[in-house]
Structures are given as structure tokens and as C-alpha cells.
Design a protein around this ligand. Structure first.
Ligand code: FES
Length: 141
């Protein structure tokens, strides 16, 4: 092999190997994984007695926060805790009996409807089921 041809082959191959080593992780990062994240449909949110009346508890529903509310009347209600405006986490405000988003003062009633603030749509409500001492929360079909 002549010298010039060998040098061109050597540096051309090195350049391609460097380019591949740079692009491979970028492509792996950009493309979604073949297996989607598992969707959790039902979680054990709390035990009976964990929540006094007019209090709430944030829990994880899969990878997102959710909130379990024990109303003043002792009714258990569950909601997504992700605000429909810009995805801040909502809290239960005992004084008003509403869900409150501290980011932009969004407020939801106990049916999930927007009372005030910028949220564009109601917050997602979940089904609450009590089995023995456990409180399970599941997504609506
Ligand atoms: S993120 Fe909740 S009101 Fe803006």
C-alpha cells in the first residue's frame, strides 16, 4: 500500500470512529426507549387513621405526585397533585377546604374544578377504595 493511501485510510477511519463515538450517545439520548414506562393504575396511598379530618397527604402515583384528602366531613378524595397550569404540586388548604397551587394561586374545589387562578382545566380526580385498613387509589377508566 502506498504511503499516502495508508495515511488517508488511517485518518479517515479515525475520523469516522470519533464521529460514531460522539453520535452514538446523542442518538441513544434522543430516541425514546423501546419499552415505555410502566403505567401504575392502583396504589396503596395510606392506612385508615393516617389522616385526621380536614388534612391531606401527598403520595406517589407511579412517577407523579397525587394527594389524598380527608375532608372535614370525613370523606376520602384523591386527586393528581400536578397543577394543570404549569405542573406545580398542589396542596390541601384546610382553612378553605380547597386544593391550592402556590405557584400562581390556582385553586380547585373538591370536585377538581378550577375555582380561581390560571389553571386551564380541572385537576384529575381518582377513585378511592378502602380495603380493610388500607386506602387504595386508582385511576378512572
Ligand atoms: S402552576 Fe399552578 S397555578 Fe400556575
Amino acid at each position: 500500500m502506498e504511503r499516502r493511501r495508508f495515511i488517508n485510510f488511517f485518518f479517515g477511519g479515525s475520523f469516522l470512529a470519533t464521529l460514531a463515538a460522539f453520535l452514538y450517545p446523542v442518538i441513544r439520548y434522543v430516541l425514546p426507549p423501546k419499552q415505555a414506562e410502566a403505567v401504575q393504575k392502583k396504589v396503596a396511598a395510606a392506612k385508615m387513621g393516617d389522616l385526621a379530618p380536614n388534612t391531606a397527604k401527598i403520595f406517589k402515583f407511579g412517577s407523579v405526585p397525587a394527594i389524598l384528602v380527608n375532608t372535614q366531613e370525613g370523606q376520602l378524595l384523591a386527586f393528581s397533585a400536578v397543577c394543570t397550569h404549569l405542573t406545580c404540586t398542589v396542596n390541601y388548604e384546610a382553612a378553605t377546604g380547597t386544593l391550592f397551587c402556590p405557584c400562581h394561586n390556582g385553586r380547585f374545589d373538591m370536585a377538581g374544578n378550577v375555582i380561581s387562578g390560571p389553571p386551564p382545566r380541572p385537576i384529575e380526580t381518582y377513585i378511592v377504595e378502602v380495603v380493610g385498613e388500607d386506602i387504595f387509589v386508582s385511576k378512572k377508566a
